[in-house]
Design a protein around this ligand. Structure first.
Ligand code: KIV
Ligand code: NA
Length: 266
């Protein structure tokens, strides 16, 4: 298998080949999505919600992202690996932000970091890129801004100027790709046509250069709430519930373990 690099991702945009991305948070699921052929895996801070059950992404720590990214890394042969920078890890000063990003790259095996923001993080991103750290941008609906946004709000309804300026600032700073989350389709199309780096959409319409979804959403494992942009490609929740009920029934009835799952002296 040929390992995907930033160069492949840029070439895919040029060639008009869509980039298929998913999140993953552990070794086993990483191995599965890699085997399925996904191009990029993100260890998203969405893990705060789907792994840890928090109400938003803000509680996730740098140590948690490193822990999960190390596990995912061991499961990947082909996909490009990106680690999300949690809230607070790039907010205090550029010096501290650089230190934290360096730690993620050095300790976790991620090939890139992702951080939320546009013009406001462009100067930081340039410094990271200057140090050989691949950075993925993330604009539009930025979940780390949930409190200042006053909830999760689809972006770009009132116009596209600010989003396009942010995308251009990120490109200028040197990102290798930009996540567009919760952006009206017309605006993501325009951004995708405007920047040379690939755009990866989530709730951002069909014209992005690639798409990303959260593992637990795609496979029907998380239904505390299901956003409109989620499409389910499998119903793993039912599979686990059915299998779980069967297992419990067989344990209760003494059917499991049978002889074939037991050890004997003779
Ligand atoms: O944390 C996450 O899973 C993300 C993606 C949905 C883009 O940031
Ligand atoms: Na995220």
């Amino acid at each position: 298998v040929k390992k995907i690099t930033v160069n492949h991702l840029k070439k895919m945009k040029k060639d008009g080949e869509k980039i298929a991305c998913l999140t993953a948070y552990d070794y086993t699921s990483a191995k599965l999505v890699d085997a399925a052929g996904v191009d990029l895996v993100l260890v998203g801070d969405s893990l705060g919600m789907v792994i840890n059950g928090y109400e938003n992404t803000l509680y996730v720590t740098l140590d948690e992202i490193i822990y999960h990214t190390k596990a995912v890394k061991r499961g990947l042969k082909r996909a490009f690996l990106v680690a999300d920078m949690p809230f607070g890890t790039y907010h205090i000063s550029e010096e501290e932000a650089i230190k934290n990003c360096v730690r993620v790259i050095k300790e976790s095996g991620a090939e890139a970091v992702k951080l939320e923001g546009g013009k406001n993080v462009a100067s930081l991103i340039k410094k990271l890129v200057d140090r050989g750290i691949n950075v993925m941008g993330h604009i539009g609906l930025m979940p780390q801004y949930v409190h200042s946004m006053g909830g999760y709000k689809i972006q770009g309804r009132e116009g596209d100027e600010r989003l396009i300026e942010d995308a251009l600032a990120l490109e200028e700073a040197g990102v290798f790709a930009i996540v567009l989350e919760g952006v009206v389709a017309e605006v993501s199309k325009k951004i995708t046509e405007t920047v040379k780096v690939p755009t990866i959409g989530i709730g951002a319409g069909k014209d992005c250069d690639g798409q990303i979804l959260v593992f637990h959403d795609v496979f029907g494992m998380f239904d505390d709430f299901v956003p409109k942009f989620v499409k389910r490609y499998a119903d793993v929740k039912s599979v686990i519930l059915d299998g779980g009920k069967k297992y419990i029934e067989e344990v209760k009835n003494g059917i499991f373990p049978s002889k074939e799952h037991s050890f004997f002296r003779g």
